[in-house]
Design a protein around this ligand. Structure first.
Ligand code: 21W
Length: 250
């Protein structure tokens, strides 16, 4: 898979993109990650990439021409339908599903904004998708692009090693994962649950699903509206609700 990142700050990617999984993916030629420096496409002698906003309001806005030219250089020889994604707080919120969807493409382009934003004609002319990574304010699109790259490349066949399949991930089936343990058997007085030590795989699977459901109930009840649950699982949820109700009576 090829990913082009269009940015004023390619150096921000150096640390994260040369470590661990990302690096292995690049090393094994599964990921062709490139950076396009927007400033290289400015035409004045000061290499100006931003300007003041029409209508006032303060802050600076990225000029359209250097960004559009940078995107078009990333798209040279690109297949029709190559996603050109603007990282923006106004985008649809990134998710596991969007990550798997993007991983199906042979090539994607990520455009990172800085300052107060990018002249909207960039969006109108070359952008096909807009993605936010959540409802909080960052200083630019670069960290958000790194989050997207990390989540997407896990779905390229061959990138994940012994850690296992991306379709077993938390979020893949709409409920959270349960707790994990390794040795020692007792740490600061806390024991590994009996069921994990006994090695009955059916019971272990059942326990993991139940604990995952418990975490989902407590931390992400919003996920339960969409999760496909069995009769037995809905019964477990009713038990968690009852436990909570009883605790409130204490
Ligand atoms: C954030 C630029 C907010 C402009 C009041 C006065 C890309 C992002 C970004 C940014 C504003 C993503 C303001 C989640 C994010 C990104 C930079 C609006 C701020 N408020 N996902 N000025 N959050 N952020 N103006 O911030 O480019 S994806």
């Amino acid at each position: 898979m090829r990913i082009d990142v269009v940015t004023l700050f390619p150096a921000l990617f150096e640390g994260p993109m040369t470590e661990s999984m990302l690096w292995k993916a690049r090393d094994r030629k599964l990921l062709d990650l490139r950076f396009v420096q927007i400033r290289d496409f400015t035409t004045d002698r000061h290499h100006t990439a931003d300007d003041t906003p029409y209508g006032g309001g303060g802050g600076m806005i990225m000029k359209p021409q250097p960004v559009v030219d940078a995107v078009e250089s990333a798209l040279q020889d690109a297949a029709h339908g190559t996603p050109v994604i603007l990282m923006t707080p106004q985008g649809r919120v990134f998710s596991h599903q969007i990550a798997t969807e993007l991983a199906q493409h042979e090539h994607i382009v990520l455009v990172c904004g800085r300052y107060e934003g990018i002249d909207d004609r960039v969006r109108q002319l070359v952008i096909t998708d807009e993605i936010s990574i959540g409802d909080y304010v960052l200083t630019g699109g670069e960290l958000a692009a790194m989050v997207v790259i990390d989540a997407v490349i896990r779905h390229i066949p061959g990138v994940l090693g012994a850690e296992g399949a991306a379709d077993r991930d938390s979020h893949a089936d709409g409920i959270l994962e349960g707790p994990h343990y390794t040795r020692p058997q007792v740490y600061r007085g806390l024991s590994v649950p009996q069921v994990l030590q006994q090695g009955n795989h059916a019971e272990i699977e059942h326990w993991r699903r139940a604990e995952g459901l418990r975490r989902t109930w407590h931390n992400r009840p919003d996920l339960l509206l969409k999760a496909p649950l069995s009769e037995a699982e809905r019964y477990l949820l009713a038990e968690f609700a009852e436990e909570d109700a009883l605790r409130r009576l204490d």
